[in-house]
Ligand binder design. Structure first.
Ligand SMILES: Cc1cc2nc3c(=O)[nH]c(=O)nc-3n(C[C@H](O)[C@H](O)[C@H](O)COP(=O)(O)OP(=O)(O)OC[C@H]3O[C@@H](n4cnc5c(N)ncnc54)[C@H](O)[C@@H]3O)c2cc1C
Length: 410
């Protein structure tokens, strides 16, 4: 039996390995545009590869139908993944009590060990080959590359070509185009886990300021989600882990032109009164100093300057000249900095893509298409996207594993 896998990312590679381990007689070809498999694995986790998570539940995933993933998570939970890793010689390390990395701390070792296993199993890698079309004739699939080269006679095909996030790594939406030829439909794709563009006059002045904060998202003025973590002010708006996480909830309403606003509380562990007390003490201690200098006791100097400007206070004002009303205004800005979100940083800077092939057209036990026999899907090309923290790679591994098992079935 001849199997073609379009896309040598996490999903495609684990599918190939799983299928070939179950049936040594299979002929398996993995096609990829890049010179080598696993380009996105290499880029993940800033080169360290946050490869999975020990606490995975459906709540970490989004899409039209997130419960689609439950079967894959049941059959291929963290333990199963750990065993797979051991079988290729990869030892894992758990950080922050749930995030999983290779013990080597290097994404490169993950890709090298996967490549070695592909070689051991004699799985062919047909690289620098962009598949743009599939034709099904007499129960056989023929793949056609962008150069019009044909690869004929496949009994089963897996589309694991991902989506558009990080197009600089040759990411494409070709999988969607190919699937639509077999009557599949898809939900519109959007960049996820991505920085947000804000409408804010002081963007340039705050560039580089980073602080742990609580970010609250408002959609059409209704409170939606709250996340605590790093916020980084940038020249386009905001980034940092709290923002990447909250972007997951902001991007879809943005695409519908809803009003999207965030409120940043830069002192989430203090009450407003506690913060006011600290501020008043500082202003008393440094009464004859510039208010900016006094404020640097609690915030970065760039933020101190902007804080005064935003509240129409002279930046050369002395600490003891800041009256009670101005103090309250400062506290309000520090605990409820409201920013209107205008856009995202786009696919180029996104860690993942939302949207994709509609999951109700795919069997969640086998990952086979319900519309075309012997056509399978796995990974990000499907309308499932996860939170930051190893969830996207875990879905790629888990869905690829299930697809691989069923690709091998006689
Ligand atoms: C910068 C960055 C950091 C990330 N960090 C993390 C992280 O730490 N943890 C985490 O869980 N997730 C992370 N992600 C997300 C994660 O990498 C992806 O969700 C996951 O790799 C998707 O796997 P996949 O196999 O479905 O798709 P992909 O990895 O995208 O693989 C698809 C493959 O198909 C190939 N391809 C595409 N079109 C064609 C075609 N027409 N013909 C042939 N080949 C084709 C591509 O070259 C690619 O190799 C990160 C993503 C990025 C961009």
């Amino acid at each position: 039996m001849k199997i073609a896998i379009i896309g040598g990312g996490a999903a495609g590679v684990i599918a190939a390995i799983t299928a070939k381990r179950l049936n040594k007689k299979l002929h398996v070809d993995i096609f990829d545009i890049n010179k080598a498999i696993g380009k996105k694995i290499l880029a993940s986790g800033n080169g360290r590869c946050n490869i999975s998570n020990t606490k995975i539940t459906q709540e970490n995933y989004f899409g039209e139908n997130p419960s689609f993933i439950n079967q894959a998570l049941k059959e291929f939970d963290f333990k199963a993944f750990e065993n797979f890793c051991k079988s290729i010689g990869l030892i894992l390390d758990i950080k922050d009590s749930c995030k999983v990395y290779p013990l080597s701390n290097e994404a490169k070792s993950v890709v090298t060990l996967l490549e070695n296993e592909l070689d051991r199993l004699e799985i062919n890698q047909i690289l620098q080959t962009k598949i743009v079309d599939i034709q099904k004739l007499d129960e056989k699939f023929n793949l056609i590359s962008v150069e019009n080269k044909e690869f004929n006679g496949y009994d089963r095909v897996l589309i694991s070509s991902g989506l558009q996030a990080a197009p600089q790594l040759n990411s494409t939406e070709d999988g969607i185009d190919i699937a639509t030829k077999f009557n599949h439909t898809f939900n519109p794709t959007y960049p996820s886990l991505v920085g947000l563009h804000t409408q804010f006059d002081y963007k340039n002045k705050l560039q580089g300021v980073k602080k742990e904060a609580t970010v609250t998202l408002y959609i059409d003025k209704q409170k939606d989600k709250q996340i605590t973590g790093d916020v980084l002010f940038t020249k386009y708006g905001v980034s940092g882990f709290a923002i990447l996480d909250i972007s997951q909830y902001a991007v879809y309403p943005l695409s519908l032109y809803q009003d999207v606003t965030i409120s940043i509380n830069l002192f989430p562990t203090l009450t407003r009164n506690e913060l006011l007390g600290i501020l008043q003490t500082l202003f008393k201690t440094l009464a004859k100093s510039d208010a900016v200098e006094a404020l640097t006791g609690i915030i970065p100097i760039k933020l101190a300057v902007v804080l005064l400007q935003m509240n129409n206070i002279d930046i050369n004002a002395k600490a003891d000249s800041i009256n009670a009303k101005q103090q309250r205004a400062i506290i309000n800005t520090l605990t409820n900095l409201r920013l209107k979100i205008e856009d995202t940083q786009g696919f180029k800077h996104a860690e993942a893509s939302g949207g994709g092939i509609r999951t109700d057209e795919v069997d969640n036990k086998t990952y086979e298409s319900k519309l075309c026999k012997n056509l399978f899907f796995a990974g990000e090309v499907l309308d499932i996207v996860g939170n930051r923290g190893g969830f996207n790679l875990h879905f790629a591994w888990a869905s690829g594993f299930l697809a691989g098992k069923n690709l091998a079935k006689l």
